[in-house]
Design a binder for this molecule. Structure first.
Ligand SMILES: [Mg+2]
Length: 307
């Protein structure tokens, strides 16, 4: 479904007619460096303390078992760290192997569910003790609250688990933002570069695709959302990957959430909305092909896995 066509008069802002807003986190509400420079180092610095303190907890034992069983999937990978079965006397060896396993997976950019699970539990402690605060760009909180007052429902779609997303927004530098959100989606709904995921989200929140605006820094995600009939605006933030001219032309772009209400300096965005050309792909370029790439290739251009 193509984005709804609007007259220039109607298109006085990017949120005209929008009933639901869907937001990405890294690179959109939050700097990519938050994950790289705060969340990941927190796990590396605190995993030993955390695992030693919680070793006998059922949850930690489950996490360790999951990491241990991961070895079958990791067979043959360089540097893989095996975790010995626990006996009465080798607790220290198991703890050391778990720590080495976590650090190996992180340094080789593994994205296993098993790693994410234990990372999430370590972050939970960081958030709940106030050592970690979810960092939002300064425009985010006020604009989301204003949109909420205007009865636009707000949802999150991020690669990090729903549990991590909830922790992040419940413990931000602007306080507890949980009440702003109507729901959270993660990759259990589907890959963020797959248009089917956006169709599922639209159906789940019960709003027609063209009444949903998806904000993201990632052109492949924006392309997938538009292919599913949603609207999408690219968010340009400090530290994000540069957008090429083609995408700057194809999508409306903002540098600050307050521009959603209309930016007098950028009439081009409104013109694109007015002509319905907001992310429509009308050429044969295949740069935007939505592909389900194997993420385990060591590349992590989006840095999108912490929350
Ligand atoms: Mg992102």
């Amino acid at each position: 479904m193509a984005p709804q066509k609007r007259s220039a008069e109607e298109a006085d802002s990017l949120i005209t007619g929008v009933k639901a807003l869907l937001v990405d986190i890294e690179g959109t509400t939050t700097s990519i460096s938050f994950v790289k420079d705060k969340l990941f180092p927190y796990v590396k610095d605190n995993c030993e303390k955390y695992i030693t303190a919680h070793f006998d907890d059922a949850e930690t034992q489950k996490d360790i078992t999951a990491l241990r069983e991961l070895k079958d999937k990791e067979e043959g990978k360089e540097g893989v760290v095996e975790i010995p079965d626990a006996t009465d006397s080798n607790k220290d060896d198991v703890i050391k192997a778990v720590i080495d396993n976590i650090k190996w997976q992180m340094s080789s950019d593994r994205k296993s569910t098993e790693l994410k699970q234990i990372q999430g539990h370590i972050w939970r402690e960081g958030y709940t003790t106030g050592v970690i605060k979810g960092e939002l760009f300064e425009d985010v909180c006020d604009v989301l609250r204003q949109l909420q007052e205007e009865e636009i429902n707000i949802y999150v779609y991020s690669s990090g688990s729903v549990e991590s997303q909830k922790l992040f927004f419940a413990n931000t530098n602007e306080g507890d933002m949980s009440d702003v959100f109507n729901g959270y989606f993660d990759t259990t709904t589907g890959d963020k570069k797959d248009s089917a995921s956006y169709k599922k989200i639209a159906s789940e929140i019960g709003v027609s695709g063209d009444d949903i605006l998806f904000l993201t820094d990632c052109t492949e995600e924006a392309t997938a959302a538009v292919a599913a009939g949603l609207r999408s605006t690219l968010v340009i933030r400090p530290g994000n990957k540069d957008l090429d001219e083609k995408h700057l032309q194809k999508f409306s772009c903002i540098e600050n959430f307050s521009e959603l209400f209309g930016d007098e300096d950028d009439e081009e965005d409104l013109k694109r909305l007015a002509t319905g050309d907001n992310g429509d792909l009308d050429d044969d370029d295949d740069d935007d092909e939505v592909v389900d790439e194997d993420d385990d290739d060591g590349e992590d251009s989006e840095g999108d896995e912490g929350v």
